[in-house]
Design a protein around this ligand. Structure first.
Ligand code: KG4
Ligand code: ZN
Length: 343
């Protein structure tokens, strides 16, 4: 039995969780506490780093206690403490990693420094027991990446954004249109009653031989369209949202199709290839439907872990800790580990 306490504070969620793995049965999430700071940041239309760091300081001790209490596992009984050490907002990373170091030192447990992206990358093994290799599409407020997940600690980034993250593009579009933060869900809601054919927004990078994403041109096109027809009626906003979402799904689909083809080539002996989606934007139904269709066409399984585990959480960090313990690669001495805002 391996039990790991995980801590996540890299952005605007304060989270702690205990995950257990018992022999050959499926892993169990014994507790998974996530405190979102959305309300603290809403008035500013985005995450304010200083506010985030302070909120983590105030909340983290209580969240860790709650995660232990919920799991009915005492600190003595955990095998290790795993904490996100980057990438992310440095203030939050310091709070989480320092707290984890203190807990680990006091309880005499090993500390494992986890890369936040590794947490997202390995979640599908926690929820769906996927075998390596598989393809991961991570689309959140901070990240837009396609990663070939080949093994624990063995990740190859095939594509990233050359400008805005996809969630950021949703959030900025919402802001331009006067929709509340966080923008993604509100853009999706408005789009439901909109005409996706009214505006012919660009599909950045579509057809390009370069694998990466780009969304800033699309954002500019939305701004120009909105300015040209201002003041905007509710129907105008709905039509812009629907047209924006269609452009995003189309552009994203083009990039993902390329990656699926590359995966087929590079891992030609993989019998049941899978595409895993993670990140807040993966909640979007239009995007999900586009990806599902692509996967079924290309013969890939489409794996979308429950939304609660797709967005930032500490179960994925605890799980990454278990994966590393099990693989015998806990990395450098984490007690000396300095948080890395970029990693
Ligand atoms: O993964 P996440 O919760 O946090 C990080 O960024 O790490 O992702 C949040 C992002 C925000 O930009 C939000 O607007 C976007 O995910 N998002 C959505 C939807 N729900 C959340 N974007 C599009 N459609 C949605 N339904
Ligand atoms: Zn994340």
């Amino acid at each position: 039995m391996i039990r790991v306490l995980g801590i996540e504070t890299s952005c605007d969620e304060t989270a702690a969780s205990v995950v257990a793995l018992d022999g050959c049965s499926a892993p169990k999430i014994l507790s998974n506490i996530v405190l979102s700071q959305i309300e603290e940041h809403a008035a500013f239309g985005g995450v304010v780093p200083e506010i985030a760091a302070r909120a983590h300081v105030e909340a983290l001790d209580g969240i860790v206690e709650a995660a232990l209490a919920d799991s009915a596992v005492s600190l003595d009984e955990v095998d290790a403490v795993a904490a996100t050490a980057g990438p992310g907002l440095v203030g939050g990373l310091i709070v989480g990693l320092m707290t984890a170091k203190a807990i680990a030192a006091a309880a005499n447990k090993p500390l494992i420094a986890i890369n936040h992206l590794e947490g997202h990358a390995l979640t599908a093994r926690l929820t769906d027991g996927l075998d390596f290799p598989y393809l991961l599409l991570l689309v959140s407020g901070g990240h837009t990446q396609i990663v070939a997940v080949r093994g624990v600690g063995d990740y190859q980034r095939w594509a990233t954004t050359i400008d805005d993250a996809l969630g950021e593009a949703f959030d900025k579009t919402a802001k331009m249109l006067g929709l509340p933060y966080p923008g993604g869900p509100n853009v999706e809601k408005a789009a439901a009653s909109g005409d996706a054919g009214r505006f012919a927004f660009p599909r950045p990078m579509k057809g390009s031989a370069q694998p990466d994403f780009s969304f800033s041109g699309l954002k500019t096109a939305v701004r120009q369209a909105a300015t040209a027809i201002a003041p905007l009626s509710d129907q105008d906003v709905a039509d812009i949202c629907a047209s924006f979402q269609a452009a995003v799904a189309d552009a994203l689909g083009d990039r993902v199709a390329r990656a699926l083809a590359r995966f087929r080539q590079e891992f030609s002996d993989k019998a049941n290839p899978a595409l895993v989606v993670a990140g807040g934007v993966a909640a979007n139904r239009t995007i999900k439907a586009t990806l599902e269709a692509l996967c079924s066409e290309a013969g890939f399984a489409f794996v979308a872990p429950p939304q609660k585990l797709c967005t930032d959480n500490a179960a994925m960090i605890a799980w990454a800790g278990i994966e590393r313990l099990r693989a015998g690669i806990v990395g450098e001495n984490a007690a000396d580990f300095v948080p890395r805002s970029r990693w």
